[in-house]
Design a binder for this molecule. Sequence first.
Ligand code: ATP
Length: 190
Amino acid sequence: MKTGIFGGTFDPPHIGHILLAQKAKQQCKLDRIILLPSAVPPHKKSHLSGFHRLELARITAEEYGFELCDWEYKKKSPSYTIETISYMKTLYPGDQLYFIIGGDSMLDFEKWYRWEELITMCSFIVGIRKQSELDAVNAAAADKRRRFGADITVLDIIPVDISSTEIRETGDLSEVPPRVREYIIKNKLY
Ligand code: ATP
């Protein structure tokens, strides 16, 4: 089975996340997408509690036909992606794993813990967040394919330049899926 793993803080989930996951599924012919809300260190007060973030991810998964993995939430401490992928391999043995990331994450990739190993551990799918990122993202992907034999797909996508930070800061919920918006309003989250 071709399984897409989509990790994030999802604080809150927004249409940029959904578009990225849907395009990844469609263009790479994935069988399923698993949302993996990451733990946030307790000192990061700007973030919602794990409980509400998990609920927001659960609603998003229900609405858009994704699956949800609460492993990091239950663990309560953040993991390096290399640990997450190692664990996912034990959880979904025999699956071909695709880690889904935004263009900003691809451009930052060389700062990730043990990235040279990580890049060969699974396939990667990248969606740009801004058109201006495209050339740099393609160059970073090409470089890693050449040097490490990495399997990286850069999606053909019309970028949606939106971030959870912007939503938290402005309180504008127009780029948030309707059921997520209802939950946020009902629980007075932001
Ligand atoms: P924050 O603003 O709180 O940092 P975020 O909007 O970047 O949040 P995350 O939950 O941290 O969202 O992102 C999870 C993953 O989704 C990351 O790999 C990120 O690059 C990607 N992503 C987030 N927003 C978009 C977007 N608008 N388009 C494409 N990818 C995105």
